[in-house]
Design a protein around this ligand. Structure first.
Ligand code: NAP
Ligand code: HSE
Length: 429
């Protein structure tokens, strides 16, 4: 075997440790696979003295990025620092220096993929990011390669493990959001600052990446409608169950008539839908193509080894391209500019939970408002009466979001409506 293919790792945290562990455990097989040894030359960290989760020779660790970015022997830079800066600058430096890049950084791809992918293509270099969406689940390369013969119609999935863990626990135990979040934090499943996860931003970044690849158009975080799970209560979950639904935080991307819809929000899905059975921290992505039909990808969306698995897969692919002299092959595929539908134009069914006065004529008045705004009702149940007030639950037929919002504004003005307690979209299919 000739010279090794040298790698520089930026970061040795959760994913960096998993990546290093797999590269070491599988070194022989990887070398057999490629006919060349793949070796880590240097690892950039903030603190060289910090205890590491994985055995590592101290001389590999550096705090000087130039030890990697300016080393002509290093052909693959693996960015596992996270966030925008300094990761963004380091990746640009690596590409300008003729190095291929692998990253797990969804923030960076969702925000700056439109700059980095063309730069890599211009330089004839690989830029791979399988681990940036749904950790260990292969989804980027399947969309770009295996399903390339399809017109993708829909990508729908559970792409945030923290919120899936919380909703699963709320469903199983009948507990409310705040209590389950606290328990998830104590167990280390939710971060001390859980905002990006529970407000849907983490899922929105991943959905922007998936939609860009699925529909061949650049979708950024700003294009995605985002609503988190903080308003979901045990009552909503129980009503959903009674009606045959499960509540999940879904990322939904669809293309219809050349327009794209991209949204992340809690949704009621049929308890028989395959996504309803995806529980705890697991992720799953459901893809519908015109040729393949429906497919689903399932697995662990985070963690040291699952995410390291995706990173190492990319490293091996890039190494193979280096050996074959054809890096830059899997370039940016956003060659269209497709308009994104505003949320008001999206059609879906809605679940509504209202607190109203318990007296004759109330349901008729509410139904009148919905009728006036073109909202047709599918189900009305009055499950709960407290004194002179009652909780009613409604499910609409498919309706444009703008009509529903207009109806809600009118309902808020009715003295008989004490509160619009919650509104949750109901996802068909
Ligand atoms: P992490 O555990 O916080 O590790 C970050 C690493 O980067 C640490 O080794 C840290 O050094 C180093 N680092 C941070 N800032 C640096 C700087 N300015 N200069 C040099 N080194 C710096 O992060 P992670 O969880 O492994 O995540 C890495 C990336 O993978 C992120 O983009 C994340 O979104 C993505 N990702 C993570 C997961 C997951 O399960 N964790 C799943 C999918 C994708 P020290 O160790 O010295 O502090
Ligand atoms: N915070 C993410 C999740 C994992 O809960 O799924 C990293 O992408």
């Amino acid at each position: 075997m000739s010279q090794p293919i040298w790698i520089g790792l930026l970061g040795l945290g959760t994913v960096g440790s998993g990546t290093l562990r797999i590269l070491e455990n599988r070194a022989q097989e990887i070398a057999r696979h490629l006919g060349r040894v793949v070796k880590v030359k240097r690892i950039l960290v903030r603190d060289r003295q910090k205890p590491r989760a994985v055995p590592v020779a101290p001389e590999l660790l550096t705090t000087n990025p130039a030890d990697i970015l300016a080393d002509p022997e290093i052909k693959i830079v693996v960015e596992l620092i996270g966030g925008i800066e300094p990761a963004f600058s380091y990746i640009k430096q690596a590409l300008h220096a003729g190095k291929n890049v692998v990253t797990a950084n969804k923030d960076l791809i969702a925000g700056h993929g439109g700059e980095l992918l063309p730069l890599a293509a211009e330089k004839g270099l690989d830029f791979e990011f399988e681990a940036s969406v749904a950790g260990g689940i292969p989804i980027i390369r399947p969309l770009k390669v295996c399903l390339a013969g399809n017109k993708i119609e829909e990508v729908k999935g559970i792409i945030n493990g923290t919120t899936n863990f919380i909703l699963t626990k709320m469903t199983r135990e009948g507990s409310d959001f705040a209590a389950v979040l606290q328990a998830a934090q104590a167990l280390g499943y939710a971060e001390a600052d859980p905002t990006a996860d529970v407000e849907g931003l983490d899922a929105a970044r991943k959905l922007a990446i998936l939609a860009s690849i699925a529909f061949n158009t650049r979708i950024t975080l700003d294009d995605v409608f985002v609503e988190g799970i903080t308003k979901i209560t045990a009552r909503d979950i129980e009503y959903a169950r009674q009606m045959g639904y499960t509540i999940k935080l879904l990322g939904i991307a669809k293309e219809q008539d050349g327009r794209v819809e991209v949204r992340v929000h809690p949704a009621m899905i049929s308890a028989n839908h395959p996504l309803a059975a995806v529980n705890d921290v697991f992720n799953a992505i459901f893809v519908k193509g015109d040729a393949v039909g429906e497919t689903m990808f399932y697995g662990r969306g985070a963690g040291e080894l699952p995410t390291g698995s995706a990173v190492v897969g990319d490293i091996i692919d890039v190494a193979r391209n280096i050996i074959d002299g054809n890096t830059g092959r899997l370039a940016c595929t956003c060659y269209y500019e497709k308009p994104v539908k505003p949320i008001g134009q999206i059609e879906t069914k809605f679940y509504l939970r209202l607190l109203v006065l318990e007296k004759p004529g109330v349901l008729a008045a509410i139904a009148g408002i919905f009728g006036q705004e073109g909202v047709s009702l599918q189900t009305v149940i009055q499950p709960h009466q407290v004194g002179d007030e009652a909780e009613i639950v409604l499910v609409t037929h498919q309706v444009k979001e703008i009509n529903l919002q207009n109806a809600l504004r009118c309902l808020e003005q009715l003295p008989i409506v004490k509160a619009i307690s919650n509104v949750v979209r109901v996802e068909q299919g």
